[in-house]
Design a binder for this molecule. Structure first.
Ligand code: EPU
Length: 421
C-alpha cells in the first residue's frame, strides 16, 4: 500500500486548480441508467471511486468510454443486468445509488447491502422506506436488497433526518415514476442540486432542488445529455485549510466560494484572510496567529462533516481551546488518536473533541483510516516539525485527485512511496 512522506514546514504558495466533485459525479454517473441515450460528462475527477462506479455500471450493461482524463461517455442503451454485486459495492458505499435508477428503469434491482464502514454504521433504511412507499416490494436476502416494482408511483416522502444519498436515490427513481413525488426534508447539498441539474438536462421535471421540499413530476423517458460536474467543495475547503496550517498564501482556481461559505466563515473567525477574486478565484492568506474555533457539523448549508477532520487539524495549532462536535456520523473521530501521535492535545468526549492548541505538530508515522481523516493527517504533516509518514493513502486516492502533485506544485515536500503496509 502506498504512503506519503511529508517534510513539514514549507508555507504553501501559488495557484491550485480544484477538480470536479466526487460526491456530485457519483450519483450523476448512476443517473445515466435512467437515460435512453448517450451521456457525456466533463469535469469528472480521475479517482478510484469513479473507476469503481464505472465498473458497477459496466456490470449492469452500461458501456463506459473514457474520452479524456476528466471526461467520460456512458452508453446506457442496453442495460442487461439489474444486479450490483458485493465485490464492487463493498469497495464503495455510493454504489447503492444504482438502486433507485434500476427500479425506475427495469422495475427490479438486486444490490448488495453496503455493510458498515469506518465512519459509522450508515444504514440505508431511509432509502428503502421511501422506495416501499413508492410501491416497491423490498426483501433483504443473503446480504442483498432485492426490490421489485412494476411501476413506481409518485407519493409524499418525508425524511425525518437529512440524507444526501437517500434524497438522490429517490429523486432519480421519481423521475420515471407515475405521477408526482414530493420529497420533504430533502438534503440541500450542492451535489443534490447538481444531480437535479443533470436530470433536468435529460428531460426530468424537478422543482425545488436545493430547498427542503422538492417536487418531481414523473416523465415517460429521459434522453442522453452532456453535463459538466461542479467543482469539489471539500477539496476547496481542504486547500483553504492547507494554506492556513502552513501560513501560506494560495490562489484557488475553479472552486465555488458560495459552496463553502460556512467553512470560509469559520476559517476567517480563526484569523485567515479569504477573499473572492476575479473570475471565481479564491485568495487565501494564512499568515496569521490562529485563534481557537468552535465547530458543529450539520447538513448543508452548515459546516460539513466532510471538513470536520481538516478543521480539527488546524485548530490543534491555534492559540487556545477549541471544540469540534460531529453530529452527522457516530464514529468520525478516527483521526483523533493519530493526531495525538503527532503531538496534538485532544480530549474526546462523546460527540465532541476538546482541543488544546499546541505550537506545532511533530512528524510521526500515522495510519489513514478514511478519506477525510487521511486529509487531516496530511495537513498536520504539512505543519509538522520533521517528517511524517502517512500510511494507507489509498483512502486519499479515492477522493482527492492528484493531491501529492497539487501540494508539491504549491511548494510542499510530499513524496509517494509505493508498497509497504
Ligand atoms: N442514515 C441513516 N439511514 C439512511 C441514510 C442515512 O441512518 O437510510 C444516516 C447515516 O448513517 C449518517 C447520516 O444519516 O449518519 C447522513 O447520511 P447521508 O445519507 O446523508 O450520507 P451519504 O449519502 O451516505 C454523503 C457523502 C458523504 C458525506 C455525507 C454527509 C457521497 C457519496 N457521500 O454520504 O461523503 O459525509 O453525504 O454529507 O455523497 C466523503 O466524501 O468523505 C463522505 C463520507
Amino acid at each position: 500500500m502506498d504512503k506519503f512522506i511529508i517534510y513539514g514546514g514549507n508555507p504553501l504558495r501559488g495557484r491550485v486548480r480544484i477538480s470536479g466533485s466526487k460526491n456530485a459525479a457519483l450519483p450523476i454517473l448512476c443517473s445515466s441508467i435512467l437515460s435512453g441515450g448517450v451521456c457525456t460528462y466533463t469535469n469528472v475527477p480521475d479517482l478510484d471511486d469513479i473507476s469503481t462506479v464505472c465498473k458497477v455500471l459496466e456490470q449492469l450493461g452500461v458501456v463506459p468510454e473514457k474520452t479524456g482524463k476528466n471526461s467520460l461517455r456512458l452508453h446506457p442503451q442496453n442495460i442487461t443486468s439489474h444486479e450490483a454485486p458485493y465485490d464492487l459495492v463493498k469497495k464503495m458505499r455510493a454504489s447503492i445509488l444504482v438502486l433507485g435508477p434500476l427500479l425506475a428503469r427495469l422495475g427490479r434491482a438486486k444490490v448488495s447491502l453496503p455493510g458498515g464502514c469506518a465512519i459509522g454504521v450508515r444504514p440505508i433504511d431511509m432509502h428503502l422506506k421511501a422506495f416501499a412507499k413508492m410501491g416497491a416490494e423490498i426483501d433483504l436476502s443473503h446480504g442483498y436488497v432485492v426490490a421489485r416494482a412494476d411501476k413506481l408511483r409518485g407519493t409524499r416522502i418525508v425524511f425525518d433526518n437529512t440524507t444526501v444519498g437517500g434524497t438522490e436515490n429517490v429523486m432519480m427513481a421519481a423521475c420515471l415514476a407515475e405521477g408526482t413525488t414530493v420529497i420533504e426534508g430533502a438534503a440541500k447539498e450542492p451535489e443534490v442540486t447538481d444531480l437535479a441539474g443533470v436530470l433536468t438536462a435529460m428531460g426530468a421535471q424537478i422543482q425545488g432542488a436545493g430547498e427542503s421540499t422538492m417536487v418531481i413530476e414523473g416523465v415517460k423517458s429521459l434522453s442522453g445529455t452532456t453535463y459538466e460536474v461542479i467543482p469539489d467543495r471539500i477539496e476547496t475547503g481542504t486547500f483553504l485549510v492547507a494554506a492556513g496550517i502552513t501560513k501560506g498564501r494560495v490562489t484557488i482556481e475553479g472552486g465555488r466560494a458560495a459552496h463553502v461559505t460556512a467553512v470560509i466563515e469559520k476559517l476567517m473567525d480563526m484569523g485567515l484572510s479569504i477573499s473572492e477574486g476575479q473570475g471565481g478565484l479564491i485568495e487565501v492568506d494564512g499568515g496569521c496567529d490562529l485563534k481557537p474555533v468552535h465547530v458543529e457539523t450539520v447538513p448543508y448549508p452548515g459546516f460539513p462533516t466532510d471538513m470536520q477532520a481538516q478543521i480539527m487539524a488546524l485548530s490543534c495549532v491555534a492559540q487556545g481551546a477549541s471544540s469540534i462536535t460531529e453530529n452527522i456520523f457516530e464514529n468520525r473521530f478516527m483521526h483523533v488518536p493519530e493526531l495525538v501521535r503527532m503531538g496534538a492535545v485532544l480530549d474526546e468526549k462523546g460527540r465532541t473533541v476538546l482541543v488544546q492548541g499546541i505550537e506545532r505538530f511533530q512528524g510521526a508515522s500515522v495510519m489513514a483510516t478514511d478519506l477525510r481523516a487521511s486529509a487531516s493527517l496530511v495537513l498536520a504533516g504539512l505543519n509538522a516539525l520533521g517528517y511524517t509518514e502517512v500510511r494507507r493513502i489509498y483512502h486519499l486516492d479515492r477522493g482527492y485527485e492528484g493531491l501529492d502533485a497539487k501540494l508539491t506544485a504549491l511548494g510542499a515536500r510530499v513524496t509517494r512511496e509505493k508498497g509497504g503496509l
